[in-house]
Design a protein around this ligand. Sequence first.
Ligand code: 5GP
Ligand code: ZN
Length: 113
Amino acid sequence: MSDCLFCKIIEGEIPSTMVYRDEQTYAFRDINPGAPTHILIVPTKHIDSVNFMINDDEPLIGHLFTVAKQIAAQEGLAEKGYRLVVNTNAEAGQTVFHIHLHLLGGRQLLKMG
Ligand code: 5GP
Ligand code: ZN
């Protein structure tokens, strides 16, 4: 997916502030943070959105949550609280079509909906 922004970030073609990396996952700080801590956790495999997940992706997507839990603890958010969000398509506000988990915290977050 040569025209995918997050694939380019994963490959290091576009700079980012890394928070975590393993073989399956890359996490980096959002360029336009919506909270004091705003980190994006992405699979290194390109998947456009939740709509394009296949059953074999379940362990990979589950792993994103395990990584999110570890990062939340590192950022000092585990007890205070944090929010994990996955936007899908236009009405949810998805702008980058490489599946990603937003980790938000560090302030009181408003109720959603
Ligand atoms: P979405 O709206 O698709 O759920 O989230 C995309 C996120 O990517 C947005 O929060 C946006 O600020 C972030 N973003 C867009 N371009 C870049 C970039 O070049 N670098 C980083 N670090 N984040 C980006
Ligand atoms: Zn991609």
